[in-house]
Design a binder for this molecule. Structure first.
Ligand code: AMP
Length: 561
């Protein structure tokens, strides 16, 4: 037989979840992987990463929460209230699915055991569905699977579909399990996985003893190298006499793949975002050689960057061609990862930079601005110049460093001036997810605008579990309006929040939003009358804005009751 049952995959995952010993997890998984038939191995491996399709797959299986709940309700007759209660009890949609599948109103006449390849074929077809009927086709596929699935299968099927297996299976353990299963060195598996971003394909190589064949592949995106944070300019020279000081562009990161007349741009989440930036296609295709590059897309005001929020407008729109005229973009290439058939990731930055300089970039695509610096004074100077060009600051890079996919290390260090913090008051709270499903851990907060409060953001990170417990009890007693998951609360709890930027936003009634807000602490010493004002938010916005505010922008009305 060349297929395998979903039941065994689900049982393996359940047994992996049941032990907290990493060694035991690896042992159970590797035993499972070893016995899988050839064609099932790559598919099951991808499922074990919590995805149906590997990154860079041309299709995307968009089956959201709402679709899963709808199908489960349809099969079980459960009401909205029951589903909400079950979710609050379990904190996980997979567990809810297991319970609701057990309560199915009708059972299939000839129940067949769910096989991995058959189920996968169904999901792949659903992912390929496009256009009007696509959502319905996906629901039908989901329904067909959940009609047949047993509770344990449904639990893990739904977890795979929603992208979180929750069995304590970090990527590293999975790589180790593949290595153990096929007697390969763990480091070789890890490296092959970083290059190919497809553990399924890597497992197949490992089984054949051919891991050395793994290489970067055009149109298979891989993980981005990440930057650490520079706390003082002096730190840049702790391990190096000379560093590369490169402008830090404030936009969105993309990985460019270009080969054989085809072009693709991938986002940080490895999604294909090529259609969002039509004006970059021609210059990127015109480079004249096959290459992979790392780069930042920036909203562009002719000769300078425009504020990040302009780019957000661009990303949200469904008609990229129309938006291209209104919000132009530029692309700044800061790294070359492959040129022709040559992988460059192991070469030092110096050499990769030379490879970038040797290619022909045409506007609006540019090579990132950067230069070598040897002391703190020169680094400060470079920082000021980057700011003067309208950029966020610098990324300080080690000239001898390889490109390390998926790593956040000290080889790249970002330096941007922190913005001021704001004191805000919590006006709305919401239950969290997972282990926070029973506590009110998501906070919507506001600043003062005369007599009114105006919402400027939502945050859910930064507090300790004990603080959240305490606040939950308080919020439960001081709820103004209970809307189920969300409740408006008395505006009394003051938080100090840090954030990366203030952006214009129509999501909140203030007309602004804080980007990446993080709670620094609860300001028990402050009352709501002392919180920051909308004026302060506006002035922070203007300080960082590199162009006058969009005059056509009108904040929406309504808001905090
Ligand atoms: P942060 O998002 O603040 O953690 O900073 C890291 C991000 O800065 C990267 O993920 C890139 O999107 C962006 N970035 C902008 N310019 C550069 C550059 N020259 N080198 C590397 N990353 C850059």
């Amino acid at each position: 037989m060349s297929d395998a049952l979903w039941e065994d995959l689900a049982a393996t995952l359940e047994s992996v979840a049941a032990t907290s010993s990493k060694r035991e997890k690896v042992a159970r998984l590797s035993a499972y992987l070893r016995q899988l038939p050839e064609p099932v191995l790559p598919v099951a491996c991808v499922y074990l990463t919590g995805r149906v399709l590997p990154p860079g797959h041309p299709h995307k299986l968009q089956i959201g929460w709402a679709a899963v709940v709808e199908v489960l309700q349809d099969l079980s007759g459960a009401s909205d209230r029951e589903v909400a209660d079950l979710y609050l009890r379990w904190g996980d949609l997979g567990d809810v699915a297991a319970e609701l599948v057990a309560r199915r109103r009708t059972e299939p006449l000839f129940p067949e055991r769910l096989s991995i390849l058959a189920a996968h074929a169904l999901l792949e077809r659903a992912a390929a569905a496009a256009g009007k009927g696509a959502a319905a086709a996906r629901r039908r596929a989901l329904r067909a699977l959940l009609e047949q699935a047993r509770p344990l299968e449904a639990k893990y099927l739904v977890r795979v579909l929603t992208g979180d297996l929750r069995v304590g299976l970090k990527e590293g353990l999975l790589q180790e399990a593949v290595a153990t299963a096929f007697g390969a060195p763990a480091e070789a598996v890890r490296r092959a996985d970083l290059l190919q971003s497809d553990l399924g394909a890597v497992a197949a190589l490992a089984r054949r003893g051919a891991l050395q064949e793994a290489s970067l592949q055009y149109f298979r995106p891989f993980r981005f190298m990440l930057a650490g944070t520079l706390s003082t300019p002096e730190e840049a020279f702790e391990d190096a006499a000379e560093v590369f000081a490169e402008d830090k562009y404030d936009g969105v990161r993309v990985q460019v793949h270009c080969a054989g007349g085809r072009l693709a741009l991938y986002s940080r989440t490895l999604d294909d975002v090529t259609p969002a930036f039509p004006e970059l296609h021609r210059p990127l295709l015109g480079v004249g050689e096959a290459y992979m590059a790392d780069a930042e897309v920036v909203a562009w005001a002719g000769a300078r960057p425009a504020p990040f929020h302009r780019l957000q407008q661009r990303l949200r729109r469904t008609d990229p061609e129309a938006m291209a005229g209104q919000v132009p973009v530029a692309l700044f290439v800061f790294d070359l990862l492959r040129v022709g058939d040559r992988d460059l990731v192991d070469f030092p930055l110096e050499e990769r930079r030379r490879a970038g300089e040797a290619l022909r970039w045409t506007p609006p695509v540019y090579l990132a601005t950067g230069r070598r610096v040897r002391d703190v004074a020169a680094l400060r100077q470079a920082f000021q110049e980057a700011r003067a060009r309208g950029n966020e600051g610098l990324v300080v890079k080690r000239l001898d460093a390889p490109y390390q996919p998926g790593r956040r290390g000290r080889l790249w260090l970002k330096w941007k001036e922190p913005l001021a913090t704001l004191d805000v008051v919590v006006v709305g709270v919401e239950f969290g997810h997972g282990k926070r499903a029973r506590v009110l851990s998501d906070y919507t907060f506001a600043v003062r605008d005369g007599d009114r409060l105006r919402v400027v953001g939502r945050a859910y990170s930064g507090l300790t579990d004990a603080e959240i417990q305490q606040l939950t009890a308080w919020f439960q007693e001081h709820t103004v309006r209970d809307l189920g998951r969300f409740r408006w609360v008395e505006p009394r709890v003051v938080l100090e929040v840090a954030f990366d930027a203030v952006t214009r936003s129509d999501r909140h009634d203030s007309g602004y939003a804080l980007r990446f807000p993080r709670i620094l602490r609860v300001r028990t010493d402050k009352g709501p009358e002392e919180i920051s004002t909308l004026e302060e938010v506006e002035s922070l916005y203007l300080q960082q804005a590199r162009e006058p505010p969009d005059p056509s922008f009108r904040p929406p009305t309504g808001g905090v009751p």
